[in-house]
Design a protein around this ligand. Sequence first.
Ligand SMILES: [Zn+2]
Ligand SMILES: [Zn+2]
Length: 325
Amino acid sequence: MRALVYDGSKPRFEPRHPDPELAPGEAIIRPIAAGVCSTDLEISRGYMDYRGVLGHEFVGIVEKVHPDVDDKAKQLVGKRVVGSINCVCGKCDMCTRGLANHCRDRTVLGIAGRDGCFAERFSLPVKNLLAVPDTLDDDHAVFTEPLAAACNVMNMLRIESRPFVTVLGDGRLGLLTAQVLSKLNASVRVIGKHPDKLALCEKWGIKHRLLSDVSLRADQDVVVDCTGSASGLDTALKMVRPRGKVVLKTTVAEQKGVDLSPIVIHEIQLLGSRCGLFSDALAMLNGGEVDVVSLISRRVKFAESEKALATAAMPGTLKVLIEFE
Ligand SMILES: [Zn+2]
Ligand SMILES: [Zn+2]
């Protein structure tokens, strides 16, 4: 089959990549559309030391399931699905504690130990799959994974007495996170570098400023770093008030030279946040609570997907979708 593979040097479109095997408990899925994420770009720069098929954001159709799965899972064949990306053992101390996303033995679709979705076919455990309601189209459903990651920020915070929240970064994840947080009882603003991206906040009624126009006054209760850049944490630490919280969503291959002393001096809480619940995100999308379609900058045919990553890395680009024929 054809696949977009990272081999340690650069992403390469391979016309003859081995098909995925159908393992017990798993399904083979044919993607309809896939999203390019900053994590894919970081992986292509060496993050996670990953080798294999790239991609983890998708909506697809279940082609077949392993005969050992239960009847409910068998009914997924032919259905449109999205799927959570962490494939877990169910037995380790993290899994039994309800922290399955942190499974010690996990593989992660297109990120760690498991081929991703930028391919004609890929596999996931059936328990990871969620059927997409007929009322939700592919352009929306493909945003389930990044929206779930944005929703997870809410779980890291207890929102009390209308806090001042800054979302740092006006990229894909920042704009999703800002939309989610703006539903809470909080004063949310987005700080970015791109007037055209910040214009979307105007449309959604979310406050926004250019980074060059704000002074770093250590007055924010919460700063969420969605910059995807190594300098984001440094800026966040200058914006947050003493005893405030910084939520780090940025994954960068190299994080060097950040002065961490403000964390001690100002007693700042630094929280990491990764994946979230797909069910929450799917419900939000189906309820029309967030605007994701405005985030689609480009559509690239799968056969030309080598270009998709370079396009996604270009300034001014929000979400690049890969469309499968
Ligand atoms: Zn992603
Ligand atoms: Zn486990």
